[in-house]
Design a protein around this ligand. Structure first.
Ligand SMILES: Cc1cc2nc3c(=O)[nH]c(=O)nc-3n(C[C@H](O)[C@H](O)[C@H](O)COP(=O)(O)OP(=O)(O)OC[C@H]3O[C@@H](n4cnc5c(N)ncnc54)[C@H](O)[C@@H]3O)c2cc1C
Length: 493
């Protein structure tokens, strides 16, 4: 087994230089004979989000040497901005709560939403391992997660999301980091990987860490796991592949610049599900924090500046983002005190309320005045909506699920804007996370997971995204890639 020392003096990359990390400059180079390597490792993980951290822990558990290099000045990526929700079908936690579930039901849920996929077997595989992943997070990683029983969220017919009690992805990342630290796994921040080295068969044999202010280091690795997320922070790639959401603001981490896709193109890898992404219909404006979808799922609705609803909120936060974007203006979420109390269990939601992101009033007319909306139109909208929720008329937009509505008592409102959260397209991988070429052969030495790999949300758009699809493929593919990479290393020694 190789021994690993951290890259020699790690020079921090100032955040102001991030724009100079032009992802179009990523390279694939042939490692010439006698190329001097600065260090060696069995498994090198590129990226320290949920995928990379889970992969490193799983590789360590499998008994091989592993290290992580991270581009930015701190780990976490999009994972730390998420709500940390991971689905697990037929988990021990569901059974303890008396909830019956199975991977088959989860696959049916996912496929109903996603439609066709370029990698249909991936959803089945992710559902099959989802319970094991949730239990591994709690039992082996020590993550402070619990089953959410208050709601199902988008795409799930059964409560199967497991999340930190705070609903903060940062808590999940902190727990993964603690597990990495406890195992003594080296994690080097401010180390952007720009170059993948290949041998003359096209197999990946190492990387170069390089960038403005960073001394170039060449790291030889028997296997490389790309855990560098997708391309949502790369406007050019978003416009090319996900044009319908290119005008929306991106609310994820800046590190998602699409290197995996760009390396993949140079390596002849197959790209899959490239038009799919996760949108979010209700980011609080101008605060930039997520308005919990619990407010809409549990009975709230959205209106435009004219005080009118404009679609069916049942579509869910991802699919509905495109409808909100089409309004070309801020829109407003309306819900009542009971829903406010329920959503207040979530830390980020409470903070949004504390910083004044939510306003309330005793009457819909008074609430309209607080946001300068036409009171008479908004009052009519509420009356019509409440009649539909009470079953007295059909909903004009076809909404079927009203939960706690009709709305009553004190009413609350939040101004929101739509956003792009992450892309779901990426490198085609097999059941072990091995990256595939166009002809479905495996690129030796290269694995991918999370946003770097293709997702399970169908081929196109935001409508196929079910809650937890992002973190499930991050953690599960990280885990599977690491185990397969470790098995290969052991088989060769
Ligand atoms: C606000 C928000 C809420 C969300 N909520 C949920 C949720 O509850 N459940 C869910 O399933 N999904 C959610 N998502 C999506 C989810 O966050 C992502 O799908 C998931 O975090 C992807 O994990 P990852 O490890 O692949 O990427 P990341 O967590 O982004 O980690 C990738 C890391 O790689 C680093 N990196 C990139 N390029 C390089 C390079 N060249 N060299 C070295 N390092 C590099 C990045 O800096 C980053 O730290 C949410 C997203 C957002 C924005």
């Amino acid at each position: 087994m190789y021994s690993w020392t951290l890259p020699h003096p790690l020079t921090p990359l100032p955040l102001s230089d991030l724009s100079s990390l032009n992802p179009m400059q990523v390279n694939v180079e042939t490692a010439a004979a006698g190329l001097p390597w600065d260090m060696d490792v069995d498994v090198l993980v590129v990226g320290a989000g949920a995928c990379g951290l889970a992969a490193a822990i799983a590789a360590h558990e499998a008994g091989v040497g592993v290290a992580i290099v991270e581009k930015r000045d701190r780990p976490g990526g999009n994972s730390s901005l998420s709500t940390g929700s991971v689905p697990g079908a037929n988990s021990r936690f569901q059974r303890e709560a008396g909830i019956e579930d199975s991977p088959q039901v989860m696959v049916a849920d996912l496929e109903r939403l996603s439609g066709e996929s370029d990698l249909p077997q991936l959803a089945r595989q992710m559902a099959a391992i989802s319970a094991e992943i949730c239990e591994w997070l709690v039992d082996t990683v020590g993550a402070r997660m619990a089953l959410i029983t208050d709601y199902c969220h988008v795409g799930h017919t059964i409560p199967r999301l497991h999340a930190p009690v705070s609903r903060r992805g940062q808590d999940l990342v902190d727990d993964l980091l603690a597990a990495v630290d406890k195992r003594g796994i080296p994690l080097a921040t401010n180390n952007p990987v720009h170059t993948l080295y290949v041998d003359d068969q096209g197999g990946v044999v190492g990387v170069a860490v390089d960038g403005p202010g960073v001394e170039r280091s060449r790291i030889r690795a028997r296997n490389v796991i790309l855990a560098s997320n997708g391309f949502a922070a790369n406007r050019e790639l978003v416009t090319r592949y996900c044009a319908e959401i290119a005008d929306a603001e991106y609310f994820g981490a800046l590190g998602s610049q699409g290197e995996a896709v760009l390396w993949g193109q140079q390596l002849g890898a197959r790209l899959a599900n490239m038009q799919a992404y996760q949108g979010y219909a209700a980011v609080a404006y101008p605060h930039g924090s997520l308005l919990s979808w619990t407010t809409l799922e549990k009975g709230g609705f959205l209106v435009n500046a004219a005080g009118r609803r404009f679609g069916n909120e049942d579509l869910g936060y991802s699919a509905y983002a495109r409808e909100v974007l089409a309004q070309r203006q801020n829109v407003f979420a309306v819900f009542d005190e009971r829903i406010m109390t329920l959503a207040s269990k979530e830390d980020e939601f409470r903070e949004l309320a504390e910083i004044g992101g939510l306003k309330n009033a005793d009457s819909i007319e008074a609430l309209a005045a607080r946001f300068e909306l036409p009171a008479d139109v908004l009052a009519r909208t509420l009356a019509n909506y409440n009649e539909a929720a009470a079953g007295k008329r059909g909903d004009e937009f076809g909404r079927k699920h009203f939960n706690m509505a009709p709305l009553s008592g004190r009413l609350w409102m939040c101004r929101v804007t739509p956003g792009l959260f992450h892309t779901q397209g990426g490198l085609a991988v097999d059941q072990e996370g091995r990256v595939l070429r166009e002809d479905d052969s495996v690129i030796p030495g290269l694995f991918a997971g999370g946003g770097a790999a293709a997702g399970i949300s169908g081929r196109a758009g935001a409508g196929g995204y079910a809650s937890g699809n992002g973190l499930l493929t991050a953690i599960a593919l990280g885990y599977l890639s690491a185990r397969a990479a470790a098995a290969q290393v052991k088989a060769r020694t």
